[in-house]
Design a protein around this ligand. Structure first.
Ligand SMILES: Nc1ncnc2c1ncn2[C@@H]1O[C@H](COP(=O)(O)OP(=O)(O)OP(=O)(O)O)[C@@H](O)[C@H]1O
Length: 221
């Protein structure tokens, strides 16, 4: 939404996504433009089914738009990026079932060139999110909210330049929400561009800007 296109770490240009073709086709995203700058926390609200998750999936390279462009750190996004460039907390969580929580959280580190430096971040992040006692359990052995917190630790572990989070506070108690808000806000304050889709007013309250997706269009809330 910003006119300052030059400095956006994450940007969408005229992004269009159709679902339901060939019968009942619906233009879920209708020429969406978005800019999120480094150091900025932007939230997206809007009705259930308005396309927030669809947009986030496109912004982090999980899905492709039918037309339009996504720019990550100034370059067109053509495939899922490395986690230290753009990390995602998907609504579906997406932990690997065959790995423990600690192994899941450590996974993005294996793909970076800084394994030894970053390995020390796994335990403190699990502790901050109060799931350190579950580090050796598998995802199916913990609750949804505990999986969600581990997935946030995984997203943060490699110090991403862009963080995209889909409803990061759904399913969490008040203490966990406070921690998640601190971490997400801290990620932006540390220089990352952070985009969060949420129905939670507590998340909107810590944002620099809040947008609303409705009828396929994104506008200032
Ligand atoms: N793969 C798909 N195929 C067909 N339709 C889809 C697909 N994914 C999403 N949709 C439809 O696109 C619309 C947007 O879904 P999306 O999950 O992005 O909404 P949302 O705003 O994130 O909703 P919520 O707030 O409930 O999470 C919905 O009508 C949904 O049914």
């Amino acid at each position: 939404m910003s006119a300052d296109h030059g400095t956006a770490a994450l940007a969408a240009r005229e992004v269009v996504r159709w679902f339901g073709a060939p019968t009942g086709a619906r233009r879920v995203l209708d020429a969406v433009d978005l800019d999120v700058r480094a150091g900025e926390l932007v939230t997206i609200g809007g009705p259930s089914g308005s396309g927030k998750s669809a947009l986030l999936a496109i912004l982090c390279g999980f899905d492709r738009p039918d037309s339009g462009t996504v720019l990550l750190l100034g370059e067109p996004l053509t495939k899922p990026p490395r986690w230290e460039r753009c990390a995602i907390l998907p609504q579906s969580i997406g932990l690997l079932d065959e790995l423990t929580l600690a192994e899941n959280v450590a996974l993005p580190i294996r793909l970076t060139g800084q394994r030894t430096v970053l390995a020390g971040r796994v335990a403190p992040l699990l502790a901050e999110l109060a799931v350190d006692h579950l580090a050796d359990r598998f995802p199916h052995e913990v609750s949804f909210g505990q999986r969600q917190r581990a997935a946030l630790a995984r997203a943060l572990v490699a110090g991403p330049r862009v963080l995209v989070a889909d409803e990061p506070t759904a399913h969490l108690d008040a203490d966990a929400v406070t921690t998640v808000l601190r971490l997400v806000r801290g990620c932006a304050d540390g220089g990352a561009a952070v985009l969060v889709a949420t129905h939670d007013p507590r998340v909107h309250a810590v944002a620099d800007r809040t947008l609303r997706l409705d009828g396929g269009r994104l506008a200032a809330a």
